[in-house]
Design a protein around this ligand. Structure first.
Ligand code: GRF
Length: 214
């Protein structure tokens, strides 16, 4: 399956997808990386791994709709079937969502619906939660509001800073994003309204209590 990736920055999640493909964990290829700015480090990762890449700067388009329409054209031209947002710092426009219904994923560094938007980890830490985490979800027109595919949780330490919490969450991001994509490429994801079901999963009952009981 061909994947298209949209990124704005360092692209560590993009790298985790590249690694998953190169190791054989994912039966897919990246047909195109689009960055919304020239200085995105994700572009260098694409270059290094021989992945076609484009810089598409929204300001060069007559409107937001035209921007996302053209992104859809570029992705269709490469026969992309799944669009993956990897640190893409924009709300996706309707023209792209309409072209890829339930075929655009995003990763967010918080347990949605808590702490959507920017700096999810800082928001969680400021709020004083004891359990934080990350979420892979399908993209709709809202900000981090689409149906949830997979989530992972970490315990929060009293001494955590935004950096230490973010780096613990990021390690989990790099595991759950390739997993969500793999379920998709295996045709195991079914979406009904807000509910995403993945076939062939054995339910595991697990509890996290943080801080631990005395
Ligand atoms: C990640 O924390 C991701 O959850 C959020 O933006 C950050 C992107 O990091 N959407 P990277 O560019 O993948 O390293």
């Amino acid at each position: 399956m061909k994947i298209g990736v949209l990124a704005s920055g360092r692209g560590s999640n993009f790298q985790s997808i590249i690694d998953a493909i190169e190791s054989g964990y994912l039966d897919a290829s990246v047909g195109l990386l689009i960055a919304d700015n020239q200085s995105a480090f994700a572009l260098e990762r694409a270059e290094k791994h021989g992945i076609e890449h484009l810089v598409m700067v929204p300001e060069k388009f007559s409107s937001r709709d035209e921007y996302f329409k053209d992104i859809a054209v570029q992705l269709h031209e490469r026969r992309v079937e799944l669009v993956v947002l990897a640190g893409f710092m924009r709300i996706v426009g309707k023209p792209l969502i309409d072209e890829f219904p339930s075929r655009i994923m995003n990763i967010h560094p918080a347990l949605l619906p808590s702490f959507p938007g920017l700096h999810g980890q800082q928001q969680a830490s400021d709020y004083g939660v004891k359990i934080a985490g990350c979420t892979v979800h399908f993209v709709d027109e809202g900000m981090d509001t689409g149906p949830v595919i997979i989530q992972a949780a970490v315990t929060v330490k009293d001494s955590d800073s935004e950096e230490t919490l973010s780096s613990r969450i990021l390690k989990l991001e790099h595991r759950i994003y390739p997993a969500a994509i793999r379920y998709f490429t295996e045709g195991r994801i079914n979406v009904t309204g807000r509910r995403v079901k993945i076939s062939g999963i054995a339910f595991e009952e697990k509890t996290i209590i943080s801080p631990p009981l005395p």
